[in-house]
Write a protein that binds this ligand. Structure first.
Ligand code: PMP
Length: 323
């Protein structure tokens, strides 16, 4: 779907997957005015397909558009575009289980020009790709690297938006994580460099027995839809749930005194991933016994059961699209 200044949204099209041709002076290539989303369609027990919380993605997309000075795509148009693609590609939705059809809606500037200002033309596109179960040989805990040298996002920046620049800025720290033998980077706040924010592509949860805490939305971390869903699922299951501040020192001290029993990361791609060990330039430690914890696995099962249609959907998160 195209957007042009003075004309608004127009020319919605369903076309076969193909390369796009871009002018070398396309403004996106230079100034990175680009936003995206990620969501999944799951096969349901009756043979139909359903997407998980597309409205939440549409609303976050609109918020990202506002932050990047881009036109807002109406929420209903975003949902309809995803619906049309999933219906067209329904044969590509895997037959059952955790496997899914991953949808990637995105928008970028299409105007040609070298001046730095919001563009006056954009393109909104949705592509899809089948995604297998994230863990094939059982759920594996990840190891994380605390990035002390770089920050992902600062107050007043674009951290809460899903925009390409945030990911470009994070690659060097992700490479450092790998160099230090870790799977993923964990970001700290930009001011004090001690409060836990999130991982490269997932939000974090800290489990203290029956009490579950996730870093509060400070404006510099992404408001994950899985994070939001788990706040509600955990409360439904009777856990005491809170959004708060957790420092690196708390993480280490509460691991050592045994009050912090599990840590996990969550996001659309991996659903829920246990965190098994932590490393920084100053210290390294094992979270609990390094194995997936019982609360982590219970929440994972509860969320996946709703997504795959094997449990009731009390919050009407599933968006059914028929067979
Ligand atoms: N943080 C970042 C930086 C991410 O890229 C993602 C993935 N979208 C998440 C958190 C998790 O968000 P969600 O649960 O909406 O996938």
């Amino acid at each position: 779907i195209k957007w042009t200044e003075g004309r608004g949204w127009h020319d919605a099209q369903l076309v076969p997957y193909a390369p796009l041709s871009l002018d070398p002076a396309n403004m996106t290539l230079h100034y990175a005015q680009t936003i995206f989303e990620g969501l999944k369609a799951y096969r349901q027990p009756d043979g139909g397909v359903a997407t998980f919380r597309p409205r939440a993605n549409a609303e976050r997309f609109a918020a990202s558009a506002r932050r990047l000075a881009m036109p807002e795509l109406p929420v209903e148009t975003f949902i309809e575009a995803c619906d049309v693609l999933v219906r067209q590609d329904r044969a590509w939705v895997p037959s059952e289980g955790e496997a899914s059809l991953y949808l990637r809606p995105f928008m970028f500037a299409t105007e040609v020009g070298l001046g730095v200002r919001p563009a006056n033309e954009y393109l909104f596109v949705v592509i899809a790709s089948p995604a297998g179960a994230y863990f094939s040989g059982g759920v594996q805990p990840v190891s994380v690297w605390l990035s002390e040298e770089y920050v992902r996002a600062a107050p007043g920046g674009t951290g809460a938006a899903k925009t390409g620049g945030n990911y470009a800025a994070s690659l060097v720290a992700q490479a450092q994580a790998i160099e230090h033998g870790c799977d993923q980077v964990v970001w700290l706040d930009a001011i004090e460099r001690r409060w836990i924010e999130e991982m490269g592509g997932m939000n974090l949860y800290f489990v203290y027995g029956d009490r579950i805490v996730t870093p509060e939305l400070t404006g510099s971390l992404l408001p994950g839809i899985t994070r939001d869903s788990l706040l509600r699922i955990a409360a439904d299951l009777g856990y005491e749930v809170a959004e708060g501040r957790i420092s690196v020192d708390d993480w280490r001290a509460h691991t050592q005194d045994g009050t912090l029993t599990e840590v996990f990361a969550c996001g659309t791609a991996a659903v829920i991933t246990p965190v098994g060990s932590v490393k920084s330039t100053r210290a390294s430690w094992i979270v609990a016994d390094g194995a997936p914890g019982a609360v982590t696995m219970r929440l994972r099962e509860a969320l996946l059961s709703i997504q795959t249609g094997h449990a009731p959907d009390p919050h009407t998160w599933m968006h059914p699209l028929g067979a």
